[in-house]
Design a protein around this ligand. Sequence first.
Ligand code: SF4
Length: 337
Amino acid sequence: MDKLSATATKKFLDCTKNYHFQISKEYNSFPNLGNEKLYIGNLVHFVLEKYFEELNTISNRESIEKIAEKFIVLKNSGLSPDYLKTIDGTVIISKILKIIKAVTSIDQFETYNLETEYEFPATDLFKGKIDLFMISKSKIILIDYKTGKFIDKNTNDISPSIKNQFRVYQILASKKYPDREITSILIDKNGKKFDILFDELELIHLKDEITRRRNLFTDNKFEYGDSSTCFNCSYAAYCEKYQFDEHNEIEEKNFNIQASVLDQKEENGSLILNLKTSIKKFKNYSIKLIIEKESIENQQFQIVDSQILNINRPYLLKQEDGFLFFKLGFGQITTKT
Ligand code: SF4
């Protein structure tokens, strides 16, 4: 088994069977590329990377917009050329400015050397790349930006998986620089800083747990996720342990549908799949999934009749005459070859 990256560690701890699906070449996932939100995180990371790489001394709106424009004209940026003129675009630039301020206001910021997208030397278990690595003669600051959700709604604290991601960075950093004091900071999209503690015992525990799971994984023995991970799993349609849990369908957008394709047709630039599912709550309905062609462009997306699909977080468009019409939402569609 390959070394785990900081982000893969989260998935490995949630469910090793899910990790097995992810690294298998038999499964393909297709995100909705027509969804602008998919690209916002990339835009924020790109601008911050370029900004700290060049370490401009002026962080005014104009200089940030110039960097953002560079991202938008890139092929596959996914954002419209006018994005920065929209309200959403204006808001994002303000948020980037706040994140820059959060970093530059760190105590004695000017005494640190900065490396963006810093790749740590790997250890026997882990590898990892962090958004911003700051180093001085006696200290290291590890910074990761999070534009998505990271608070666990049950504990109202940073989710354990994000903490584990930082623990992997801490393990990698302390291995290379055992003599430096390490501080870890998560910065959210509004520039709010969250300190992640460096706890030696937690790091030992993480290493032990990963080693234990790796040994089982190598013998094809899996540690399965629970309903809190399964309800959103892109491989649920192929997993022998998946059980539909109605309590987890908390919001319409969190549907996770396993279905087989009855037939398909193209209409007005969309692919319309007629689906059959065994999910009880949909038993009185026929299901149609509408996929706009542009949302799967350049992804070698191909579906054949009778194929089993997993449709993660589709958007419920309407309910009409015994039909439920869904559209690909923020999630993705997964197929098995
Ligand atoms: S459905 Fe659940 S147990 Fe199965 S792979 Fe997905 S997360 Fe793991």
